[in-house]
Design a protein around this ligand. Structure first.
Ligand code: RB5
Length: 150
């Protein structure tokens, strides 16, 4: 499994924890930046990770900013991205099972390192349920995207 990771300066300190967690699980990981703590725009890193996931080269993405909110708003503007902003393990698990979320967004200023590790683990280790009712709902999301995105 290949995971694309990105953060802004607000998520920069939590990113090594996320990367270490991914690697401990035996998954491959690429860090799309940022690479230091200087102030940057989260949107640019959401775009890099969203593009990486949409290219098919990466199975999942993880985005970190101060709250996780800006990253999730930006990532969800990309057709085909289902980015879940999670602050607990249950949501991270359920968004894979039910929504087939392909990007996780977390907030360094909200979620501590230990919890972030558990959230990332749940997100990566949980497969999509492939249950018909969930497939149908995701299909409806795709229809909305087709109607509203170029
Ligand atoms: C940066 O200060 C902060 O606004 C950003 O990391 C994020 O929390 C935005 O949603």
């Amino acid at each position: 499994m290949k995971i694309a990771v990105g953060s802004d300066h607000g998520g920069f300190k939590l990113k090594p924890v996320v990367i270490e967690t991914i690697e401990k699980l035996g998954a491959e990981c690429y860090d799309f930046g940022c690479y230091d703590g200087s102030s940057v725009d989260y949107v640019d890193y959401a775009k890099k990770v969203a593009d990486a996931v949409l290219s098919g080269e990466y199975d999942l993405g993880i985005l970190i900013c101060g709250t996780g909110i800006g990253m999730s708003i930006a990532a969800n503007k990309f057709k085909g991205i289902r980015c879940a902003h999670c602050e607990d393990v249950y949501s991270a698990k359920m968004t894979r099972l039910h929504n087939d979320a392909n990007i996780l967004a977390i907030g360094e200023r909200v979620t501590g390192a230990g919890l972030a590790e558990e959230i990332v683990k749940a997100f990566i280790e949980t497969p999509f349920s492939k249950d018909e009712r969930h497939i149908k709902r995701i299909e409806k999301i795709r229809e909305i995207e087709d109607e509203n995105f170029k």
